[in-house]
Design a protein around this ligand. Structure first.
Ligand code: CU
Length: 481
């Protein structure tokens, strides 16, 4: 039987995750941990970071922008000098960025030229159930589907990624992820850094073999850290302020990001868009699915200076460096971070309370149940405001013990939420703003509040460690009139 003690024993000999469900369920040969041979060596800052291209619409109407993406395999350079075969949206890794504006609908035709089922979910998007990319609503190989995204919500850094039943971890790991940046008028009127100074950083783990193969395997074997698809790159910046949109797009990892010199930065946004007020911080703790936007002033390093972004939650034996910023030029800067960024409407009075327990053992479950698309776990009334208490049932981790699979996160489809409390205390700035994914260390409890809508239909809530959701740590919520 799998329990924590056994897990630690097996972790010590390197076999822990071999019995974890996400690997049992994996469908392709590339997922076999036995295939892991020798990882390509990590050489930080060997190549330049790139920024995913912005996708151009194939046509426009008075109210909509129409896009087309072909999901297909491609060869890309993740580790310098090696070619890796990946699954892509439109041939790039990560996929192209879609820039959307509030009030204009995006119509996205997705054509599946891969050999696996796919389902495209717009993470953070308020969309109708039939366009949500539900696990059973798959696009079979050779098939296609057109998704409609109304964009009737506030601006935010969203992303689109795979959600096919049992396959989401592997498909996202192999490359099926891309950014979706929704802006609105109020945001565009702020003097924040923009244009070339508004840069996304999609950060995720990887495992590239010495022959270049990207291998979906247990997290303890994923010692490569990728930013926008490149292993630990450098990025040339001007000596001025930048807006950095940081995505944790990991499958099974959390990270603690900081600048190596301990310098402070200003957080301006989270999953659901701009915070009400900026927050000064020195560290970001993020789990897969979460986004944080920060403003960093690189003028403090001067031309010729550089600073490393590091992950202090790197694996033992893994390098902490994630990427390096090299200041190589002067540039004018009339941007600023206003003291007031946005207004979040007051929370309506909650009328329903529910509680959820996330477990790792003996299976990845929510309230003791594995996901069953035919079973309705929660029925919520359209427009009702609810309070959800979510607990990670794992005991705290002793120092030095491995914690893979003991952390969980919690993600809701359709609507974002506010974090009211963490561990019985009022939420701090760490959990500020509108969230759609929240991190739960072992033994942590959060209290969330959300209003269900704006649509009725079938949706999901799940852990956003995609190895966990794929193994069943997911529930069905039906929103009814
Ligand atoms: Cu989990």
């Amino acid at each position: 039987m799998l329990n924590r003690r056994n897990l630690f024993k097996m972790a010590a000999v390197g076999g822990a995750a071999a019995v974890l469900p996400w690997e049992r369920l994996s469908a392709s040969a590339s997922a076999s941990p036995a295939a892991a041979a020798a990882a390509a060596p990590t050489v930080p800052f060997a190549h330049a970071m790139t920024v995913p291209r912005v996708l151009a619409p194939v046509s426009r109407t008075a109210s909509s922008d129409l896009y087309e993406i072909r999901m297909k395999e491609a060869q890309v350079e993740i580790v310098k000098g090696l070619r890796s075969t990946v699954r892509t949206y439109g041939g790039t890794f990560p996929g192209p960025t879609i820039r959307a504006s509030r009030g204009r609908e995006v119509v996205l035709r997705q054509i599946n030229e891969l050999s696996v089922n796919t389902a495209v979910h717009l993470h953070g998007g308020e969309v109708r159930s039939e366009h949500d990319g539900l696990p059973m609503d798959v696009i079979a190989p050779g098939g296609e589907r057109t998704y409609r995204y109304p964009n009737e919500q506030r601006g935010a850094s969203l992303w689109y990624h795979d959600h096919a039943h049992h396959l989401e971890g592997e498909n996202v790991f192999m490359g099926l992820q891309g950014m979706y940046l929704l802006s609105d008028t109020a945001e565009r009127e702020l003097p924040l850094p923009s244009g070339d100074y508004d840069i996304p950083l999609v950060i995720r783990e990887g495992r590239v073999e010495a022959d270049g193969s990207l291998v979906y395997t247990r997290p303890s074997d994923c010692s490569h850290m990728l930013v926008n698809g490149k292993e630990r790159p450098y990025f040339a910046v001007a000596a001025r302020k930048y807006r950095l949109r940081i995505y944790n797009a990991c499958i099974n990892r959390y990270f603690r990001l900081r600048f190596a010199d301990g310098a402070a930065f200003t957080q301006i946004a989270t999953d659901g868009g701009l915070l009400e007020e900026p927050v000064e911080r020195t560290e970001l703790l993020m789990m897969g699915g979460e986004r944080a936007e920060i403003v960093v002033d690189f003028s403090r390093y001067g031309v010729g200076g550089s600073v490393v972004l590091e992950n202090t939650a790197a694996l033992s034996g893994e390098r902490p460096e994630v990427m390096r910023f090299d200041v190589n030029r002067e540039a004018a800067d009339n941007s600023s971070v206003p003291a007031r960024l946005s207004t979040i409407p007051p929370l309506p009075t909650p009328t329903v309370e529910r509680s959820f327990e996330l477990r790792t053992f003996p299976d990845m479950t929510i309230n003791g149940k594995l996901y069953d698309p035919a079973r309705v776990d929660v029925t919520a009334k359209l427009g009702a405001t609810e309070v959800w208490t979510v607990r990670n049932m794992e005991a705290p981790i002793a120092a030095g013990q491995p914690d893979f699979h003991l952390w969980h996160s919690f993600h809701t489809h359709l609507t974002s939420f506010r974090v009211l409390e963490r561990n019985g205390k009022p939420a701090t700035t760490r959990d500020a703003g509108l969230k759609d994914t929240v991190t739960l260390a072992p033994d942590e409890t959060v209290k969330l509040a959300m209003t269900w809508g704006p649509y009725t239909g079938q949706y999901l809530f799940h852990c956003h460690q995609l190895g966990h959701s794929g193994a069943g740590q997911m529930g069905r919520i039906d929103v009814v009139a």
